[in-house]
Design a protein around this ligand. Sequence first.
Ligand SMILES: Cc1cc2nc3c(=O)[nH]c(=O)nc-3n(C[C@H](O)[C@H](O)[C@H](O)COP(=O)(O)O)c2cc1C
Length: 310
Amino acid sequence: MQQGFKEIIIKDNFYQSSSYVPMPLCLIGTLNEDGTLTSFGSYSLVFPYYIAGKQYYAMILECRNTSNTAKGLLRHKKCTINFIPYSKKNFKQCVDNGFPGDTPEEKMKDFIMTPVDGASKAADPKGNYPKCLDEALQVFECTWMDELDGASNDKVQDEYDGPYHDFNGITSKYGAHFILRIDHILLKEKYYDALINGSTRANFCPLPTNWGYRDSKDFWCSPFQKPRAEGIPNRQIDLSSLRYAATRLNTDVQFTDDALKTIVKVPRPFLKLVLQGCVKWANENGVKVITEKEMKIISDKRAAEKKKKK
Ligand SMILES: Cc1cc2nc3c(=O)[nH]c(=O)nc-3n(C[C@H](O)[C@H](O)[C@H](O)COP(=O)(O)O)c2cc1C
């Protein structure tokens, strides 16, 4: 083995007991049993799961199956994932809400943050949805997809003796995984603007990614530090490879060299998709030869669609 590395034993909770996996600081809101209160539990094992190519976008949450959060999801299917900025008092609150065993009512008694309604409630004022936190910089409002992995019959129990699901619902004696469809993403205006109009060092969303329960003694978290930007590598595909890719498409639509020159920077794995998109547009518009002019029309149309989606 390369000198300088030391192999460590891989054990339960290896992401923090045997390594340093970067993680966010989140408070997840779920409804209590009778739906009268939103309870917030601390979580960091919550990551993007379906990011493209599916009917919906989803996160995955890994959590203790007897937690208030697991119970809330099993009963009411809804949650809010609140991404919290670092401050001493926010971190202390997250550590407090990470203490196992408190009921939602006990948890929320001295809670310092501000629960507010989100977009789900705005869209359906008569519905009952868990609240968001005003202190969060971004919030995902989600629905548990219990039909995946046949988990729709999973119920709240004191103990789970199996059989267990593979990846959704109750997945082990102590664990649960929840695949959470993202219904709404809410961003504070400054960070919304940064995504839509351009990021700078000053408007980059300052979320901590460096929290962890280390050495079985303390909770650790470091504040956000200003990031640095690194531009996209300026690599170009040569024209002859582009011509070759264009002739391999199953179509009588042709591309001029000027047209192909407009996509020299498209990375190779996406090239076929881009060319196919152009051919689709050409077929829909009765075009047989795509020149630089048509490429501009296609690219403007794409930009307009992207803007509409946002
Ligand atoms: C910052 C922080 C992050 C945590 N992340 C997780 C996690 O991702 N999954 C988990 O099962 N427990 C996690 N815990 C422990 C839970 O917060 C703990 O089980 C708590 O009782 C859950 O609250 P709840 O019962 O209200 O859902 C975390 C604790 C802290 C302090």
